[in-house]
Ligand binder design. Structure first.
Ligand SMILES: Cc1cc2nc3c(=O)[nH]c(=O)nc-3n(C[C@H](O)[C@H](O)[C@H](O)COP(=O)(O)OP(=O)(O)OC[C@H]3O[C@@H](n4cnc5c(N)ncnc54)[C@H](O)[C@@H]3O)c2cc1C
Length: 400
């Protein structure tokens, strides 16, 4: 892959990462691996993690001080695209959500004690984590309405609440829980983020929620969880009390670049599969699928849509690098819905091109079709981003 924004760091490491993903991870995309539970393939992936460490490619998202490469968001985004060409890429490089977001958050806002106990092993890939905000009884699109509370009791908080879609809670060592600590404050200052070790009494993992016919487990799962009078020290507060939404917003800027570049990586790989098949599937002795104009339309439209999305996302990443996430808020909303929809259209066209083969688990496309439909819902549903963007645009047209 030719990177769009070339820097010395990108020039040095991108080809190595691309070669690693193709050599070590593409062979793992067997029908068996694409249909089995994550825990069954995890031992193999942990061996690959050891190879990543040996190759000096561990901690791509970390600062130089933390032993990483100190990449800008724009640089990391381009690597994220390459990692996403395999469904196992981000996990093997320990750059998977939600751990990558939690790493950034703890790095910036946790106490030295929490960093030592939780951030270090998280960065080393010894433990996993999750982020517990959404609740079944309240619309996640308006998270200021929330039922989970954290009430002060001496030096502790006592947390009570019911969450769901706490992704990767299964097997995680801790959750960062969003809970109301200041109910009298204005809506955006009511909640805080608190680190909860998941072996604390009162924590209940209710179930992994079945999604599109598959329940999943370990990192590849979405849990319903309950906090029954869970007691944690007040020193487990991340940042300041009442700053929960501010921290969530901060996490979302870079987080959306990570997601969008992952979507582009998936779209690019789906595109490659579509083109290979179009060029090789014969309709008769002289005619291939790729000779058909409908299929040519799929290919041409997909090519320009992926390219357009990549330009938009990397422009946004560069703006975040230069001026911060809040200045780039409109662009961040725009790339989220544009890129998710682009990816789903490209996967769909690639499936259509493959005919019946496209919906089997013999190739990657149906795996992504099922797993990535959620991209239009999490991290802000399409409609929420579109409304936010349109409102911001219209503000400039207001005459009174
Ligand atoms: C795969 C997956 C993983 C997730 N992982 C996590 C996680 O790790 N941690 C976590 O806390 N949460 C997680 N979530 C939850 C996610 O953040 C919420 O699903 C999301 O915020 C939407 O909330 P909701 O599902 O309650 O939908 P609702 O808020 O009930 O909205 C339902 C639908 O209504 C429409 N809608 C909502 N608001 C508006 C509006 N203003 N204008 C027009 N239409 C609107 C949209 O179409 C939306 O899809 C995950 C979700 C999924 C699907």
């Amino acid at each position: 892959m030719e990177p769009l924004f070339v820097t010395d760091k990108i020039r040095n490491i991108l080809p190595t990462i691309e070669a690693f993903v193709k050599r070590e991870l593409f062979p793992l995309e067997t029908t068996e691996n694409l249909t089995r539970n994550f825990s069954e393939i995890e031992p193999e992936l942990l061996k690959k993690r050891a190879l990543v460490k040996e190759a000096g490619l561990w901690g791509l998202h970390l600062s130089e001080k933390e032993g990483g490469l100190g990449l800008s968001l724009c640089e990391f985004g381009q690597i994220s695209e390459v990692l996403a060409s395999s469904p196992f890429g981000h996990f093997v490089f320990n750059t998977q959500a939600p751990d990558i977001g939690n790493t950034e958050l703890l790095h910036k806002y946790a106490s030295e004690d929490l960093k030592e106990k939780y951030l270090k092993p998280l960065m080393n890939g010894e433990i996993r984590s999750c982020f517990s905000m959404t609740e079944p009884d309240f619309a996640g699109s308006n998270p200021v309405r929330m039922g989970t509370t954290a009430i002060k009791d001496g030096d502790d908080y006592i947390i009570e609440g019911h969450k769901w879609f706490t992704s990767s809670a299964d097997g995680a060592a801790f959750a960062i829980v969003m809970a109301v600590t200041n109910p009298e404050a204005e809506p955006h200052k009511r909640a805080s983020q608190i680190l909860v070790p998941l072996d604390t009494p009162g924590y209940e993992m209710v179930r992994n929620i079945p999604i599109m016919g598959h329940t999943g487990d370990s990192w590849a799962s979405h849990a319903e969880v309950k906090y029954h009078q869970v007691r944690v020290p007040r020193s487990h507060l991340i940042g300041e009390e009442g700053a929960g939404f501010k921290l969530a917003q901060e996490r979302l800027g870079p987080g959306r670049i990570h997601h969008c570049m992952r979507f582009i990586g998936i779209a690019e790989r789906s595109f490659d599969l579509m083109c290979r098949y179009a060029a090789s599937r014969a309709l008769d002795e002289n005619k291939y699928l790729g000779d058909m104009q409908f299929i040519q339309g799929f290919i041409a439209e997909s090519r320009v849509e992926i390219d357009a999305a990549r330009l938009m996302v990397l422009r946004t990443a560069r703006n975040i690098d230069e001026t911060g996430a809040s200045q780039a808020r409109d662009q961040i909303s725009g790339i989220k819905f544009f890129t998710a929809n682009m990816m789903l259209r490209v996967i769909d066209r690639a499936i259509q091109t493959h005919g019946a083969l496209g919906i089997t688990n013999d190739i990657l496309l149906s795996y992504w079709y099922a797993h990535e439909r959620a991209s239009r819902i999490y991290d802000g549903a399409d409609e929420v981003h579109k409304s936010a963007l349109a409102r911001s645009i219209l503000k400039k047209y207001k005459t009174s």
